[in-house]
Design a binder for this molecule. Sequence first.
Ligand code: SF4
Length: 243
Amino acid sequence: MPHRLVIIGEERFADPVAQIVHLVSDEEANNFLNNLEESSYAFVLACLMDRQIKAERAWIIPFKVCESLQIFNIQDLYLIPKSEIHEVFVRKRLHRFNDKMSDIFFNGIKDIIEKYDGDAKKIWSNSPSSALVVYRFLEFKGSGIKISTMAANILARQFRIQFSDYYSVDISPDTHIVRVLKRTGIVSKDANKNMIIFKARELNPEFPGIIDYSCWEIGRKWCHSRNPDCENCLINNSCDKLI
Ligand code: SF4
């Protein structure tokens, strides 16, 4: 019998919600990142920027670069020399590591044009396996396993992009998720993020990230850091309540 968190997660995933994914607070930039049909390159470049700075600051970088250059298409971005991309990064203080990250940004544009004909959604179109999507992200300069699995996770779980399987879609152990998994007793109080990721794989190997939905909802609605509302919680009967 699957764990209750898996069952709830499956119910939420089956619910076909087409909604704007919140990636950054600026509405225009968020719409730009959400437009996977016309500006899928922005999503990929934003993923590549998401390291060693706050996510919000990283995710807005493609929009800021395009805005600064007044170029909102990848074909014209491809014509911009590396030095000019670097100049924008430095002038606008886009990242903590502007030299390195402007180089990664420049190479990301080059790869999208040269490997995917300028259409980044080819990375995930035609229902590839989740492992192939992760692999394709790993091929980008500057993208390690953390960025690559995060990208596949957001595409599958938030944008509901169809993959042929979800084995490589892990949970993202943010604060709500960690709190719920520890209080339920599913993982020990001192479990680290890797332990949490592997426990989720054990609970539902076909789609480890499915419990993200249930844990996130429970963490937000009932399992608050202080004064958790166990009485009304969805998993009241299957939780150890290790508060
Ligand atoms: S039953 Fe209580 S401790 Fe358990 S997840 Fe729900 S709110 Fe948290």
